[in-house]
Design a binder for this molecule. Structure first.
Ligand code: C2G
Length: 166
């Protein structure tokens, strides 16, 4: 159903959430009215050759808490973008310019924008500098209240308020 809401979508791992991610979301949200963020699942990250510190559910919970983000959906495979653009009536696909040119084919469906990456910060650099200081680089520490958000019996989407696609 066509609406006059201008929906923006982006995709990524968003591990160790940092100000580079926030600035990307802020600039993407300024392009429209609604920002959807597709967060890479742990399984898809494995396909990307990435091992995130936080699990998918924890990264999705953090991204959903960002004031610029209106909805969080899972990114499970490379080819889902075109379907998502149609499903969510997306006006603009946006991503950092480290991907410049990689998604130009989507321009038959919506606007495609590549935004400057924020320099001198990345999840990888954070992990490496923590590792140099002897910090654990293995996956997530448990919630101090000992509530594991990854408990399969919990309804994990309860942690995302109402920002997760039903
Ligand atoms: N980013 C940024 N500035 C940084 C670091 C990241 O603008 N200092 C942007 C990236 O350009 C990307 C987004 O933040 O648009 C997420 O980056 P990653 O979590 O590294 O995601 P990536 O592995 O690039 O996955 O299908 C697309 C992929 O899922 C993108």
């Amino acid at each position: 159903m066509k609406t006059n809401t201008k929906t923006i979508i982006t995709y990524g791992t968003f591990d160790l959430f940092h100000y580079g991610h926030v600035r990307l979301f802020k600039r993407l949200k300024a392009l429209g009215d609604k920002l959807i963020v597709a967060v890479s699942t742990d399984e898809f990250n494995a396909l990307k050759g990435k091992a995130a510190f936080f699990s998918y559910l924890q990264r999705a919970e953090i991204v959903a808490a960002c004031k610029y983000v209106d909805m969080v959906v899972p990114e499970t495979h490379w080819q889902q973008k075109a379907k998502d653009i149609c499903k969510y009536d997306v006006s603009t696909f946006g991503i950092g310019d480290d991907w410049k040119g990689e998604f130009d084919e989507l321009s038959i469906l919506c606007d495609v924008v590549y935004l400057d990456r924020t320099g001198e910060i990345s999840s990888t650099e954070i992990k490496n500098s923590l590792a140099d200081k002897g910090a654990p680089t293995s996956p997530a520490v448990k919630d101090p209240n000992n509530n594991s958000h990854d408990n399969p019996h919990d309804n994990p989407h309860d942690n995302f308020d109402n920002k997760v696609s039903k």
